[in-house]
Design a protein. Structure first.
Length: 181
């Protein structure tokens, strides 16, 4: 976030919003993702944007590689909270997807796996409609998540509604998968 961004923002008739890929606040996972950004870099960038009156939105991974599965939701919620605390107006949750980003060997070895729909719900639901910001799920490839044919379509539609409205709603109760994630 340097002089070029500030000059560009000043030339716009409207207000600039910058998208930042926070991804995760899990220190080991962030380093292993090799994004070339630290949490301190993110904090400096968001402070510079705020000082210049430039809005930002953050992208946070759900099912972050290199985070133990049992801790995944907790670290995603921490990442959302960091983005909101740094002034993100929108936090887009990106469920981890296969392909294209150098993670395929980790998928093949079983070290990394896409999140379940239950994990995506557990990350979105507690933050939807709070903090005066929008927390939403990117719907791209959500059809690949969910193993229960009976409820997965309804659960994906529910995630889309929560994302669009910014408010929670009753969970889907499925007799086929009750108690499973």
């Amino acid at each position: 976030m340097g002089a070029r961004a500030l000059t560009f923002a000043a030339r716009l008739p409207g207000r600039l919003e910058v998208a930042l890929g926070l991804e995760t606040v899990h220190p080991e996972a962030l380093a292993r993702l090799r994004k070339g950004m630290t949490l301190a870099d993110y904090d400096r960038a968001t402070a510079a944007l705020a000082a210049a009156g430039i809005a930002h939105r953050a992208f946070v991974l759900v099912g972050t590689p290199f985070v133990p599965k049992a801790e995944s939701v907790e670290w995603t919620l921490r990442s959302i909270d960091r983005a909101l605390a740094r002034g993100a107006r929108v936090v887009s949750l990106l469920p981890l997807r296969r392909g294209g980003d150098g993670l395929e060997p980790f998928f093949a070895s079983g070290e990394t796996a896409p999140p379940t729909l239950a994990e995506v719900e557990a990350c979105l639901e507690p933050r939807a409609g709070v903090h005066g910001a929008v927390v939403q799920v990117d719907p791209w490839d959500l059809a690949l998540l969910g193993s229960c044919a009976a409820c997965a379509p309804a659960r994906r539609a529910r995630l889309a509604r929560i994302s669009a409205r910014g408010a929670g709603e009753a969970p889907i109760d499925c007799a086929h998968c009750r108690g499973r994630s």
